[in-house]
Design a protein around this ligand. Structure first.
Ligand code: GTP
Length: 361
């Protein structure tokens, strides 16, 4: 659904975070640019913004700021007009929004965390905002376990009554989904020139001041891609068609393989596995929910499960990696076993059989 307000609405995407939870992959690339189902993650979000009828996008950058402009330039290749505002020191989520103010044109501004994979109807969120004459409208999503998120109860009219960051005793299953519509004046009131958290400072203050803060609640697909587990799941969900994205065309299935990649005889690619440009998968390898970046080489008989394999990595024959993150250019020797959250730093070389979780070699 396209809202009538969309063409006059600016989109702001916060992409300045360091992405520490996804290290070591985020040592070389900012989190929103990590390859996700064949394209940089941000391409999925930009496609949704364009589909909603919004044309003008401002990226609030800081960490590795130059990477974004090099890739997206003025946005015309993506059917958008994209501008950039860089924080020399990270200003936090609220400070990042305040910092892009000089670029904003409209009265309503749709703000996105740059690491959320979602399927919500953005036009409907905007309509909720306009209908309620809200100061801020927050997209709220219902989740099974709200404790790790910002929990946001609303009253019968949809008005936000509290903002409870990561509470052990959540009164509702509605959480802050990292997508908001702001009235321009609210952004003007955020303190300039210092770090401000929108979650910890701006939203609680708006409630104290009695501002009109509303929730738009739905149960659409939603995943914060900030951790390796979520990144792997979100990527697999895109490949399998569980997560919607207007940036992906054609049939979805168990795997997505770049046409330039080579797959050896008997290799099994399942669980939403992605194989990037020029990657090589050896004979009889088994990849289940694997994310293999460009130029990586998985040798014969290796098993990779729910793991991100960085650019140019080599995984030796019959190695096993489960729930791991392998940094760019690392070399995992034959028969190594890396389990349960193992992270290999870029360029590290593990000798054949050098790390095992069992004694049979
Ligand atoms: P972690 O270090 O793993 O927590 O990741 P992060 O740095 O990305 O932080 P978080 O996931 O909480 O950030 C949510 C969104 O806000 C992401 O899209 C970040 O890129 C963005 N963000 C976080 N801090 C800043 C900041 O200081 N400035 C800007 N412009 N964006 C930010």
């Amino acid at each position: 659904m396209t809202s009538a307000a969309a063409p006059q609405t600016d989109a702001v995407i916060l992409v300045g975070g360091k992405g520490t939870r996804l290290r070591p992959l985020t040592l070389s690339a900012p989190k929103p640019m990590l390859p996700t189902a064949g394209v940089p993650f941000l391409v999925h979000l930009l496609a949704r913004i364009r589909e909603a009828g919004i044309k003008h996008v401002v990226l609030g950058t800081s960490f590795k700021a130059e990477v974004f402009e090099e890739h997206f330039a003025d946005g015309s290749d993506f059917g958008l007009e994209i501008e950039y505002v860089t924080e020399s020191e990270p200003l936090g989520t609220g400070g990042g929004i305040r910092n892009v103010l000089p670029k904003l044109r409209g009265d309503n501004i749709m703000v996105f965390n740059g690491d959320v994979l979602g399927g919500t109807d953005l036009g409907a969120v905007l309509d909720t905002h306009v209908r309620n004459e809200a100061d801020v409208t927050m997209h709220l999503v219902r989740v099974g376990d709200p404790r790790a998120f910002g929990c946001v109860p609303t009253d019968a009219d949809g008005r936000v009554t509290a903002f409870l960051e990561k509470t052990q005793d959540p009164p509702t299953d509605q959480i802050n989904a990292g997508c908001y519509v702001f009235r321009r004046e609210i952004i003007e009131q955020i303190p300039a020139g210092r770090p401000v958290s929108v979650e910890r400072e701006v939203f609680p203050a708006l409630l104290t001041e009695g501002k009109r803060v509303f929730g738009h609640v739905d149960a659409a697909y939603w995943r914060d891609m900030g951790t390796p587990e979520d990144f792997v799941r979100g990527s697999a969900d895109l490949v399998r068609g569980i997560a919607p994205s207007p940036a992906l065309e054609g049939a979805r299935g168990e795997s997505l393989v770049h046409p330039s990649a080579s797959i050896g005889p008997g290799a099994l690619l399942i669980g939403g596995t992605v194989v990037g440009r020029g990657a090589e998968i050896g004979a009889g390898a088994r990849l289940d929910g694997a994310v293999v970046f460009d130029g990586a080489r998985i040798e014969a008989g290796a098993v990779i499960e729910r793991t991100i394999i960085g650019f140019g990595v080599r995984v030796g024959p019959r190695a096993l990696i489960r729930d791991g993150v392998i940094g760019d250019g690392a070399d995992v020797g034959a028969r190594c076993e890396l389990l349960r959250g193992a992270r290999v730093w870029p360029g590290v070389k593990l000798p054949d059989g050098g790390i095992r979780f069992s004694t049979d070699v």
